[in-house]
Design a protein around this ligand. Structure first.
Ligand SMILES: [Zn+2]
Length: 547
């Protein structure tokens, strides 16, 4: 444990002790009538729902797909029957957003240097596609392309890249002795070459390809020709790469640098050394050709419902709770099975959220309004949640706390430990993500409510700023990026994650039953506590702000 972390934990303990005085005991125990509503969650119904949502017929609920639509209809029909109010578009449960799928014309895509035309799929590959490219364009060498303000590293200083191509080693080559902190896929304290080039107005990026990409050229050479992104894009660390970039095979690098102050063979070896000449504009121009072959506009959606609060003043405040309804649908058959059922990830959370919503409609109403969200596109860029925070059905400022439920169906009873990750939890144990990092008072509140009910073991091992499960690998990310207190519940990762074998028969219905009721209690407590739940610790530096 690092010294910094030890100080944090000590501070958390002290703050909990202080907070004890301001949160009354009455508020922190679950009232009997609320408890009765939570107890109404049925393990049989949960088991049935998770099996239905993850059945082969739904084909993993890809975004968008008929299977997702069927799952959404299944949930919306039950919500209507339970008396929840629709909170989607035009009085319905569906909250749509526009998704643009853009396909590059792979046949014609190329990069021409002098009189040599280098074709896509042979000599160049698309690392990312954002906008079409045509030439001729000037080219500026920008070393590794990373901007790291804390180290005074800025290879764009003194060169003008606006409207030009930049050429950089990479995309993950850094100066010698420099490391960039990365939590999951989120980079901390640095701008990637993609972001840095886009911010400075570059038209595109050419990469002097790293050996690690060259050895798998057959895999990368025709990848990246389809871009799917919401329109309008909603700012987030999860947004699609903002610039078109090409990987160059060594023969292209050679041609590009022929006759320049840096020759191709030297350029190819610089990545290993980690030492780079100053940035400069090349003498020659090049002609990229990356055109669009077709564009399809789709309209995926979230399922959104609300229950208004009971307190005349506090009902203007909201607690949101979300589970992504979509699954990660792969294309590869494994052991003869090509259906990615996505049962634990995340039919389990979706079924739990449905049970919680149905019983919450029968419970004594908490003071605050609750908005329930079954979001889409989580597995492809957090589309649904990004759209939700962009166009929420309640004012964003009114959201005092958010709960994220993702993968709560596994337990050690049904899932052997996977040495590559933290073990899944025992029965009636759950990883809780957020309160220890963000709020001593909320941690105390949820802890005491839980003590008054099922005494689920709250495992805080991943409730640290350094844990990738706290911010970058969670659907709650867009909420955190907007400064909203977020609490996540998960039973953890396992060997069936994102594989066709993530099937309902491997889940533990006893676990889902415990955790659905426990999350119900946490949700009710956050929605009813008199003092507004709030972040009372600094937001970790790994969470960018998009307020
Ligand atoms: Zn998930």
């Amino acid at each position: 444990m690092s010294p910094r972390l030890r100080r944090c934990l000590f501070a958390a303990v002290a703050a909990v002790a202080l907070a004890g005085g301001s949160v009354s005991a009455r508020q922190t125990a679950l009232p009997p009538a609320v408890r009765a509503a939570a107890d109404g969650i049925s393990s049989e119904q949960l088991a049935w729902d998770v099996a239905w949502l993850s059945a082969d017929a739904q084909l993993g609920r890809n975004t968008p797909s008929p299977g997702f639509d069927a799952a959404a209809d299944y949930i919306a029909a039950r919500l209507a029957r339970a008396g929840l109010a629709p909170a989607g578009d035009a009085g319905g449960f569906r909250q749509h957003y526009e998704l643009h799928e853009t396909r590059v014309d792979a046949e014609s895509a190329s990069l021409t240097v002098g009189d040599r035309r280098f074709a896509l799929g042979r000599d160049v590959a698309l690392r990312s596609f954002a906008t079409p490219l045509s030439g001729p364009l000037a080219v500026v060498y920008v070393q590794h392309g990373w901007v790291i303000p804390g180290r005074g590293i800025d290879p764009y200083a003194g060169v003008d890249v606006r409207g030009k191509l930049v050429v950089a080693h990479g995309p993950r080559v850094l100066p010698k002795g420099v490391e960039v902190g990365q939590v999951g896929r989120v980079v901390v304290g640095a701008e990637t070459p993609f972001v840095a080039a886009a911010k400075r107005g570059a038209a595109g990026v050419l990469f002097i390809t790293q050996a690690s990409d060259l050895v798998r050229w057959d895999e990368v050479r025709l990848a990246g020709t389809v871009r799917r992104e919401m329109s309008p894009e909603v700012p987030s660390a999860y947004a699609a790469i903002p610039v078109t970039s090409l990987l160059m095979a060594p023969q292209v690098t050679d041609a590009l640098f022929a006759g320049e102050s840096l020759d191709g063979q030297t350029a190819l070896r610089l990545a290993d050394r980690g030492e780079f000449p100053a940035s400069f504009q090349l003498k020659k121009t090049v002609t990229p050709h990356v055109a669009v072959a077709g564009r399809t506009v789709m309209r995926p959606f979230n399922v959104v419902a609300r229950l208004d609060g009971s307190d005349p003043a506090l009902k203007a405040e909201t607690v949101t709770i979300a589970a992504h309804l979509d699954g990660a649908v792969g294309t590869r058959a494994v052991d003869g099975d090509a259906i990615y059922n996505a049962a634990d990830d995340n039919a389990s959370g979706s079924a739990a959220l449905l049970a919680i919503a149905e019983q919450m409609a029968k419970a004594p109403r908490p003071k605050r309004t609750i908005v329930f969200v079954w979001d889409s596109g989580e597995e492809q860029g957090l589309w649904g949640v990004r759209w939700f925070v962009h166009q929420p059905p309640v004012p964003l400022r009114s959201i005092v706390a958010h709960i994220n439920v993702d993968m709560i169906g596994a337990s050690r009873v049904t899932t052997p430990p996977d040495p590559t990750t933290k073990p899944v939890t025992a029965r009636n144990e759950v990883y809780v993500l957020g309160p220890k990092v963000l709020s001593a008072k909320v941690e105390a509140l949820l802890g005491s409510v839980n003590d008054s009910y099922l005494k689920t073991r709250f495992n805080h091992d991943a409730d640290t700023p350094e844990s990738e499960f706290f911010y970058p690998r969670t659907d709650a990310g867009p909420f955190l990026e907007r400064g909203i207190l977020s609490v996540g519940f998960t039973t953890g990762n396992h060997a069936r994650y994102h594989l066709p074998s993530d099937e309902a028969r491997f889940l533990d219905p006893v676990q889902m039953h415990f955790l659905s009721r426990t999350i119900f209690a946490s949700l009710w407590a956050l929605a009813d506590v008199t003092e507004r739940p709030a972040i009372d610790r600094p937001m970790p530096a790994s969470v960018p702000s998009y307020k």
